[in-house]
Design a protein around this ligand. Structure first.
Ligand code: ZN
Ligand code: ZN
Length: 256
């Protein structure tokens, strides 16, 4: 019996909930969960904002744990191995996207918390293809967000071929932004943070920002004209895009 926490209706309180996992398929693994992050999509699902939530709803898709069971066809994990699981818990493994290595674009991809029970539990099941091996010495308490907020802000660095010489601005320094800032800093980029909160200025500088601009001050935004190779927006609000786009550096081609 799996011990989990579930909401039983939209906006419902998260309460203890038990369920049976049933038989393990040959390509699946069970993960004994050590830690699980909380993401805004967990809240969107809890509120049924997207109209796809089924109750009882078990949130949690930033999962860190160890392999507790594996199906007969799973050869790439050992029992006890430390792993992570994010938004996707399975792929069709036959479509063009899957066969090209772009599993995240699979039209049949299954979400860890849609029609499945997520990581606010002592165990979660997933197709082995969606599970990621982790080093044993990773900090299991803080690694969870790498699997949703982390990959979301890391992906653009590769997609846009961002070089260590690039100047990048990050809008917002919350769950996604504070990870983006640290990735960019480690990547070697010069990082500017746009924030509307003076409280976060200190925090952003401590995390490695070279510069922090207060977006409530039009003069600060105006002074940043023609500077950035990329702006990573991590805020879910309407912005004065013309003012931000003016801070991008004109470019003759996409690759630097
Ligand atoms: Zn998420
Ligand atoms: Zn597929």
């Amino acid at each position: 019996m799996i011990k989990a926490y579930a909401a039983f209706e939209a906006d419902g309180k998260i309460q203890p909930f038990e369920y049976e996992l049933g038989l393990l398929a040959t390509h699946e693994v069970d993960i004994a969960i050590e830690h699980c992050g909380i993401c805004h999509s967990d809240l969107s699902m809890l509120h049924n904002d997207w109209g796809i939530t089924q109750y009882p709803f078990v949130p949690g898709h930033e999962i860190i744990g160890t392999i507790a069971a594996k199906g007969a066809h799973v050869h790439n994990f050992q029992l006890g191995q430390r792993v992570g699981l994010g938004w996707h818990a399975g792929y069709c493994m036959t479509c063009h996207s899957c066969m090209s290595g772009d599993h995240n674009l699979c039209a049949q991809a299954e979400s860890t918390i849609v029609n499945r029970y997520g990581g606010f539990a002592d165990r979660v099941r997933a197709n082995a293809a969606s599970v990621v091996a982790l080093p044993d010495n990773i900090n299991t308490q803080t690694a969870g967000p790498l699997f949703c907020a982390g990959i979301t802000v890391f992906n653009p660095l590769l997609q846009f071929d961002i070089q260590p010489t690039a100047k990048v601005a990050v809008i917002g320094i919350g769950g996604l932004g504070h990870i983006a800032l640290q990735f960019l800093k480690a990547w070697g980029c010069r990082v500017t943070v746009f924030t509307s909160s003076d409280d976060k200025k200190k925090e952003a500088l401590a995390l490695g920002a070279h510069k922090v601009l207060n977006t409530y001050n039009p003069a600060e935004l105006g002074a940043a004209r023609n500077q950035f190779d990329l702006i990573l927006s991590t805020v879910n609000v309407k912005l004065d895009w013309n003012a931000y786009i003016a801070t991008l550096r004109p470019k003759g081609r996409l690759h630097f």
